[in-house]
Design a protein around this ligand. Structure first.
Ligand code: ASP
Length: 332
């Protein structure tokens, strides 16, 4: 029997048209129907308009609405495909991985580097891959792009122009399409560890700080005074930060005591952080910082937002960061 696939359109380049002010989302699934049917194969398609946005204009409240829409429709379909702009796609796929933890169908997010109306676009290939994965029966949140499928919480946009725009960071691909078809690496797909229930609460008061030599420690206080409750710090190398002239560590200690959460990762895209190794990292741990290990920046930020939406208790927050919730981190 043919599988039922829902396509939710949020916009992005895939659904864009050239206008006077530049490329802007404007195509509806209705106007893309012919192309969608070409790539759908046997699948029975249903389409839903969600928004018509460049993904720079997607906000946390859209993630929650999207998670609600997917949760509401999940019993009616074998799989769901989300069309999304590539620029913030990895943030959306990461947050959906947390909000839709233990979902029982595949949710596959895709986009493209050229509009579907362009005859040489990557759009059809990406949609074909996404629709195929949506029929696979493997539950979870995934990203399909350039003939590969990645865990939604491990994908990151690493190239701004190439068709191979996304990499799966510190984690193998879930699947690849080659001349032998789609080969799924089951080992990479996290096992469900509970019954699905929509968990769409989040706290947006998270700041990201990339360290550079000479950065003033006062910026931490400035953010806290503006109401931010948590920081994701992209520290140096394995997670080091200064404790001499611009002493970040003592600032982290006193702000942690006041209930602010610090998650520390690395500026290096690959291989993650390990704060125990150098004094510059170990002191941060002793001051109360949590480790991001090998998480992507997108997963780190959205996990912070999501965890702070579940609890305000520092002990419980710490506990969430000792766990991989949906495959987002390898805890050594
Ligand atoms: N600016 C576009 C967006 O993120 C880029 C794309 O879709 O590739 O919506």
């Amino acid at each position: 029997m043919s599988k039922r696939v829902l396509i939710i359109n949020t916009g992005g380049t895939l659904a864009s048209v050239a206008r006077e002010r530049g490329l802007t989302p404007g195509l509806t699934t209705e106007s893309m129907l012919q192309e969608l049917h070409i790539v759908a194969g046997e699948a029975q398609l249903t389409t839903q308009e969600f928004s018509s946005l460049d993904s720079a204009n997607i906000f946390p409240e859209d993630w929650a609405r999207l998670a609600q829409a997917i949760s509401g429709q999940r019993r009616l379909f074998d799989g769901i495909v989300v069309i999304h702009g590539t620029d913030t796609l990895a943030y959306t796929s990461s947050m959906l991985s947390f909000m839709l933890r233990n979902i029982d169908i595949p949710v596959v997010i895709t986009g493209s580097q050229l509009s579907i109306s362009n005859p040489v676009a990557d759009a059809m290939e990406n949609l074909r891959c996404a629709i195929y994965m949506a029929q696979s029966g493997y539950p979870g949140v995934f990203v399909a792009f350039n003939r590969k499928v990645m865990l939604g919480c491990r994908a990151s946009k690493v190239r701004s122009l190439s068709f191979d725009a996304f990499d799966s960071i510190n984690c193998e691909n879930v699947a690849k399409i080659s001349s032998i078809g789609m080969k799924i690496n089951e080992r990479i797909i996290p096992k469900k560890n509970g019954i699905f229930s929509l968990q769409d609460r989040y706290c947006p008061d998270v700041a990201v700080l990339k360290l550079f030599p000479g950065i003033h420690r006062e910026v931490l206080r400035m953010y806290a005074e503006a109401g931010y409750r948590a920081f994701y710090i992209e520290a140096f190398g394995l997670g080091g930060m200064p404790f001499l002239r611009h002493d970040f560590i003592s600032e982290i200690r006193s702000m942690t005591e006041q209930g602010i959460t610090f998650l520390v990762g690395t500026q290096c895209r690959y291989e993650g952080s390990s704060l125990e190794i150098y004094e510059t990292g170990r002191r941060a741990l002793e001051a109360g910082a949590l480790q991001a290990y090998d998480m992507t920046a997108e997963a780190a930020v959205t996990k912070l937002m999501w965890v702070l939406g579940q609890t305000e208790d520092p002990g419980e927050i710490r506990e969430y960061f000792r766990l991989s919730l949906c495959g987002e981190v390898s805890i050594p």
